[in-house]
Design a protein around this ligand. Sequence first.
Ligand code: TXE
Length: 486
Amino acid sequence: MQKLQNYINGDLIAPKAQQYLDNYEPATGEVYSLIPDSDSEDVQLAVDAAKAAFPTWSNTPLEERMLIMMRIADGIEKRMDEFVAAESKDNGKPLKLARAVDIPRAVSNFRFYASALQHFASESHAMPGVGINYTLRQAIGVVGCISPWNLPIYLFSWKIAPALAMGNTVVAKPSEVTPYTAYLLSEVCIEAGLPKGVLNIVHGLGGKVGQAIVEHPEIKAISFTGGTETGKRIAATAAPMFKKLSLELGGKNPTVVFADCDFEETVKQVVTASFANQGEICLCGSRIFIERPLYDKFKEAFVERVKALKVGDPNDADSNLGAVVSKQHKEKILSYIQLAKEEGGTVLCGGVETQDFASDNLNTRCKNGYFIQPTVIEGLHYNCRTNQEEIFGPVVTLTPFDTEEEVLMMANSVKYGLASSVWTNDLKRAHRVAEKIEAGIVWINCWLLRDLRTPFGGVKASGVGREGGWEALRFFTEAKNVCIKQ
Ligand code: TXE
């Protein structure tokens, strides 16, 4: 059985305690590799390496940093097939999704920040006749990057790239549920000639390795994406240590459909917004609000399209949904479908797992995989638990509304505020609703249309801080103002 290794001080090495964890393939429910069950001693090795590398890396000429990061991007692209296969095998998502989204995005993340570092300017403020100020935006030092299992290398690179671009050295931990592409990234970094200790990847459990990173006194900033509850624990540890914190947490995103929308296109896109990556994207729309005159027509068309989605072996080209990420996560999602029924919901389609629905390719290689049909539920109160709590799977609810005020009240009724989409041809209404919806991201007549220059993040329990574009570059620097008297 293959044993993945940590990437510390430029070398691929075993965890000091020589302990390993099983790495499961969600599509088959079988162990297919082992990952290091690292601990604080491995984190200390990584911090020592990152500290030693910091003086040189932070003073490496910008163009040289850019070239190395571009080589990492090229290295991922060159090994595209390996990364695609690993991302799909680790996470359960269809191969075609990993090829279309995850891996190209990881390449883009490195390329975007490799070029951004050369265009990132700081500022100066003249005081005529008195003096001048200039702002230095300096690298912080050793920073920690911790990422989740839903978009493994996509989100891992989304943190590491800006951190490296600004001259920091990194101790990074991917999710223990989906470690493989991070391991491949280690190999690519070695091939690309990234200097020793600049990036260190330590595999292992969140409560052990993740916690050791967050509480390490020499790691000055933490960039985290994951669950809201974990975010709370991280903040409780890091805040008293005055660490910079970027927390991208959960969501319970509203999809608001007005009667004047482009009907066919809206139905098609809202299906994608609901079930992409098995609904395991923090940006997915899980609460669909439809203006009452359109409700029945939308419900019929939406359910028909959802029923046509193919849940299958991630390796099959015609699979629209693959496996959810783990047995535990499958049980969590099924428990919410059961809760929805108890709260008075009506399951319009789906709601069952692999064993209960016929699909040829699920009866052979994947007979023990973690598959759930895309599920649509109506008839629930906007304030019930199913509509308030993050499920993070292929489950959405439909709710009619009569007025803009009512739908905004319902949309904003949750503790989260990450993303939203609004479907209407009324320009003034689009701007009004965008302004009032409590979310860090509002898409109008689209979903997941991304520009890497834009700020990314949520409000309320969806997080603190912003990633993306210059926001990420500023996060990974300290601003120092120098004032000189004339
Ligand atoms: O997140 P976790 P998971 C949400 C979604 C999902 C829930 C749990 O609701 O069901 O989070 O997902 C590490 N100190 N999102 O299990 O547990 C852990 O090892 C430091 C939304 O992925 O938060 C992993 O590497 N680190 C999210 C990472 O944190 C700790 C996307 C995330 O794990 C730690 C994914 C600790 N005490 C899930 N405990 C989004 N916003 O995109 C765990 N970790």
